[in-house]
Structures are given as C-alpha cells and as structure tokens.
Ligand binder design. Sequence first.
Ligand code: S3P
Length: 186
Amino acid sequence: MTDSATTKQKRHIALIGFMGAGKSCVADELATRYGRSCVDLDDYIEEQAGKSIAEIFQQNGESHFRQLELDALSDALNRSDSTIIACGGGIVTNPKSLALLHAHAVVIYLAVQPEQALTRIDDWSTRPLLMQAGGTDAIYALAQSRLALYEAAADISINTDKRDISEVADYAVLRLKEAGYADILA
Ligand code: S3P
C-alpha cells in the first residue's frame, strides 16, 4: 500500500500516553480548532456503563474494563466523520486495541515525565491503578513498563514536558503535517 493510501485509510487521530499526559485536554483543543468531533474513551465508557471507571474496576475488574475500552475504541473508529480520540493510558496493554488503532488512526503519543503527570491529576481516586499502586515508586514503575508500548504504537511522539495544552496542540499539528498527515486536518 502506498503512503497516500495509508493516510486516506487513517481518518482519525488518537492520543495515547500515561495518565496525566494531557490526552483529553489536547484532544478537545484539536477538535475545537478543526471543528472535529472528540471522543474521550473513558467518558464514553462511563456513559455506556452508567458507572464510573473506578466502580467498573472495583466491581468487574481490569480485564472487563479493557473489553469495554476495546468496544468504545471500536465505536469511535467506526464513526464516519474524522474524529479526535482521547484514549485511556492503558489502552496499549490490549493487543486488540493496538491493532485497531494501528489500522484506523494516526496515533500521537504524548510523552510526559511521571513526576509531572502526577502533578496534573487532581483526584487520584478517579484512577484505580494509581490507587492500587499506592505510592509514587509503583506508579513510576508502571509508567516505565508502558514506555516501550507507547513508543511502538505511536506514529508521532511529542514531549509534553514544559508545554501547555495549546503548545502541545501546535506541535502536534506541525508534526502531523511533517509526517504527511495534513489531509486529516484539512
Ligand atoms: C488507565 C488510565 C485511565 C483510565 C483507567 C486506566 C490506565 O485513563 O482509562 O483508569 O490503565 O493507565 P487516563 O489515562 O485518561 O487517566
């Protein structure tokens, strides 16, 4: 398949990265700027399930959550309009989700130092894996264990440290254009 054919097939943009990387805010910013729909998978899952992510983890476990996340991703990618998708931080742990992302979205990895990520999260109780980890060392280890997955999944990687939301969005647009994906935002 040629590069341009690949570009045409990938009509969505998906943001990945660790909790606190800014995926939801940057997705919202890009969607507003370009008049696109924005789907935040965590919000969508909560709406569909009628309960919070924390309740889903507590009542049904992580593997059930990963299935709901895969279903939500599939729904978002099936939309006919070009959509900006904010993924949950652990989506890269599910090979089925990774395959869908790879086939249908340009994947932008928002990299963040875990120390900085934690300062951006106001309420840890909404993130069951932060609560389960119970301390910064375990959280840093979780972030470290995901690094290679994020990097392998990404079409484009962006360092978000010392950049605000608008600057990350600016840089994402620049990098999308440089990588030949300008059509998606046109
Ligand atoms: C998770 C990240 C969360 C949410 C769930 C699991 C993870 O999303 O999907 O708590 O495994 O890293 P955010 O990255 O939007 O916080």
